[in-house]
Design a protein around this ligand. Structure first.
Ligand code: NAD
Length: 483
């Protein structure tokens, strides 16, 4: 028996074609805070993935013909069911992912907001009529659902990364096959249960759980019935899936890794910058694609910023996400701890200065001390690689041009942050940053109301806002002649 009781919404079966599916082969889901097994879920294979695609394909004709107002009402009902179970979902998420309960509650609300938003957008998916090139012709542009969507999602946001894809897909009239991360399938299954309870037709939403993702990914990226793959995860896996999609010319959107700079200029409000830094770096124990990977601080405020940052970092309470007051939970697994340690050792070997932390936490397991390293340079691995953990490396710069060049010196381009007050500087830097998203005097920027996504090797496509529907629709041009 696990130490912490499992919420009622905990389900240990996959969901395909409106049925809860068992399998002889199963894999375990563990609590990263104490290593306990929470559940065993079906370890499905390629055949099951094909079944899910077939179920989605079968559900498509009726769903695409369902009036927008009805699609909207069903999405709205799903949103309400999720919010009615916010506490249970949050608890389940903290149990399987480790993040503090307050963050899990926030993720449920954030993730559900995509469903609320796209329930409305479903009613606004309009086409257009265009001026014609002939007196006897009329030109129409229809906006149609693309077809079966495959959603492959990561463990760091077990709920929101699913709803960010499913809500616009369903709103547009597309059925979905979800392949959740192997570390966090329980939240995905709970979402499916709520969808079933509010009356989703069989096959509209399917969840394929598996511990060997490549076999499932192969089906989802090569089966011609799947018309769109939406992936969130690491850049290497994204590249592989993109190449696999080429064989059937599937539309693909890719939300991939980042290497976010957080620039502090000498006219910044340093206290505000430190608060922004804490939110953008240590949320989810630094396991966020948009989390700061590199702090770039101008000479004149370098020491003052470092001192204030270290003082705030020292206050961060590490522990089990279910415990009151905890703001940093465990890392997802031992490999994540290894990566953080490797980046710290590499930086210290090459002349970095340890300001605080630097070691696994006394709590053991995968808990790690929030860490700050100063005097970081381009020669260190943290300059180029995503750490995905609670390490704040602090670089130094002199001029604005230097800061922009350092910020852009990466193959990634997801999110960037900077703190400054001079309005000319703000415009200049904002325009100079080669990123899909820029936060100015803000440490958090994700919202369902704005387009989320990256440039360069951080990805393709956008999720959220009215732009988020584009990836799930096709334009059909119709020319009516002989009038
Ligand atoms: P990952 O790439 O290892 O896994 C992501 C998903 O892909 C999981 O469901 C996994 O099972 C699946 N997968 C892995 N190999 C596969 C294969 N060969 N075929 C098909 N599916 C496969 O990434 P992760 O470790 O779960 O997540 C962390 C990464 O995700 C980080 O790089 C982070 O920056 C990125 N991320 C990006 C965004 C964004 O919106 N840009 C959001 C969250 C996380």
């Amino acid at each position: 028996m696990p130490t912490y009781p499992l919420p009622e919404l905990t389900i240990d079966k996959a969901y395909i074609g409106g049925e809860w599916r068992h399998a002889d082969r199963r894999f375990t889901v563990t609590n990263p805070a104490n290593g306990e097994v929470l559940a065993e879920v079906p370890d499905l294979d390629a055949d099951a993935a094909r079944d899910a695609v077939a179920a989605a394909e079968a559900a498509w004709p009726a769903w695409r013909k369902t009036p927008a107002k009805q699609r909207s009402a069903l999405l709205r009902a799903w949103f309400e069911a999720i919010m009615a179970h916010q506490e249970d979902l949050a608890r389940l998420m903290t149990l399987e992912q480790g993040k503090p309960l307050a963050e899990s509650r926030g993720e449920v609300a954030y993730g559900a907001a995509f469903i609320e938003f796209y329930a409305e957008e479903a009613k606004r998916m309009a086409g257009e009529t265009l001026p014609s090139h002939g007196a006897d012709k009329r030109l129409l542009v229809m906006r149609e659902p693309i077809g079966v969507v495959a959603a492959i999602t990561p463990w760091n946001f077990p709920l929101a990364m699913i709803t960010r894809k499913c809500a616009p897909a369903l709103a547009a009239g597309c059925p979905v096959v979800i392949k959740p991360a192997e570390a966090t399938p329980l939240t995905a299954l709970a979402l499916a249960r709520l969808a079933e309870q509010v009356g989703f037709p069989a096959g509209l939403l399917n969840v394929v759980t598996a511990s060997r993702p490549a076999a499932i990914g192969e089906v989802l990226t090569t089966d011609p019935r799947v018309r769109k793959v939406s992936f969130t995860g690491s850049t290497p896996v994204g590249k592989k899936l993109l190449a696999q999609c080429a064989g059937t010319v599937k539309k693909a959107s890719m939300e991939l890794g980042g290497n976010a700079p957080f620039i502090v200029f000498d006219d910044a409000d340093l206290d505000a910058a430190v608060e922004g830094a804490i939110a953008s770096k240590f949320r989810n124990a630094g396991q966020t694609c948009v989390c700061t990977n590199r702090f770039l601080v101008q000479d004149g405020v370098y020491d003052a910023f470092l001192e204030k940052l270290a003082a705030r970092v020292a206050e961060l309470q590490v522990g089990n996400g279910l415990d009151e007051g905890v703001v940093q939970g465990p890392l997802i697994n031992a490999a994540a701890v290894d990566k953080v340690q490797t980046h710290i050792h590499d930086a210290l070997e090459k002349g970095g200065r340890l300001i605080c932390g630097g070691e696994p936490h006394a709590l053991g397991g995968t808990f790690f001390q929030p860490t700050v390293v100063a005097d970081v340079t381009d020669a260190m691995r943290v300059a180029r690689e995503e750490t995905f953990g609670p390490l704040a490396p602090v670089f130094r710069f002199d001029t604005d041009e230097q800061a922009i060049a350092m910020a852009n010196a990466t193959e990634f381009g997801l999110a960037a942050y900077f703190y400054a007050r001079d309005y000319r500087r703000i415009w200049h830097v904002m325009e100079g940053l080669e990123y899909g998203m820029v936060a100015v005097n803000e440490g958090l920027l994700s919202t369902e109301l704005a387009p989320f996504g990256g440039v360069k090797e951080s990805g393709l496509g956008r999720e959220g806002s009215h732009h988020g529907l584009d990836d799930f629709t096709e334009l059909k041009y119709v020319c009516i002649g002989g009038l």
